[in-house]
Design a protein around this ligand. Structure first.
Ligand code: ZN
Length: 230
């Protein structure tokens, strides 16, 4: 039976509490984890899976929506412990995730660091160090906009750039659901651009959010915020 399971993990960073929502897509032949938590969160992910009656070694694939540390942080550790797992990401994001190119978020954070006020310097430095601590991981399968994957009765890749250039969301027709990653976040239950000041292309981010909100799918799962029902 096809099942969509939304995980809930409490992560916190620099005194800021954050609740994240990786998703599991389960069908008769595969078990797909969408996004993979912060650096060091492998144990928390394993625990969240077990709480939902999923054994961590049952995960056959991990789809990474984009290169940010809170989405790929535990991916390398996951693969080391469960080497059979296949990793998927968009063709645009893959070289950043694999460490071939320097993370765009780190690039941005280092630029920002130069103009941060004194009282923010320490936080900025810590954030850069956090980004540097992300372990690169090779991507096995590159995804393209509009591509249809077989998971859960069909899973369509939607390129939703802006937050990062190759950010993807997933549409599951059978579930009437979109997994939005960071293309949309929820604030007090309302859809917003995730950290608009850090969007790498704010115009594209706005377009992508509109694209998802105008999509016929009834339910949108946001990594930061959880379920939004239209
Ligand atoms: Zn995020």
């Amino acid at each position: 039976m096809n099942k969509l399971i939304i995980l809930k993990l409490d992560m916190s960073y620099g005194g800021i509490r954050d609740e994240i929502h990786p998703v599991v897509l389960k069908d008769d032949t595969s078990c797909v984890l969408v996004d993979c938590g912060y650096v060091g969160s492998l144990g928390a992910i394993e625990e969240a899976l077990l709480q939902n009656d999923i054994l961590p070694d049952q995960i056959t694939h991990i789809i990474l929506t984009h290169q940010d540390h809170d989405h790929i942080g535990a991916a390398a550790a996951y693969r080391r412990k469960y080497p059979k797992v296949q990793l998927l990401a968009s063709a645009e994001e893959a070289p950043y995730i694999a460490g071939t190119y320097k993370s765009l978020r780190l690039e941005q954070a280092e630029q920002l660091q130069k103009v941060l006020p004194d009282e923010m310097q320490e936080f900025g430095k810590e954030f850069c160090n956090l980004l540097k601590s992300v372990e690169p991981v090779l991507i096995d399968q590159l995804l393209l906009d509009g591509e249809k994957l077989s998971f859960c009765g069909g899973c369509k890749v939607l390129l939703t750039p802006g937050h990062t250039p190759g950010h993807i969301s997933l549409y599951l027709p059978e579930m009437n659901t979109i997994i939005a990653g960071d293309a949309i976040a929820l604030e007090d239950g309302k859809p917003v651009i995730a950290n608009p000041q850090f969007a790498l292309d704010i115009d594209k981010a706005n377009e992508s959010m509109k694209r998802l909100l105008n999509h016929p799918a009834k339910q949108i799962i946001c990594y930061h915020g959880g379920i939004f029902t239209k």
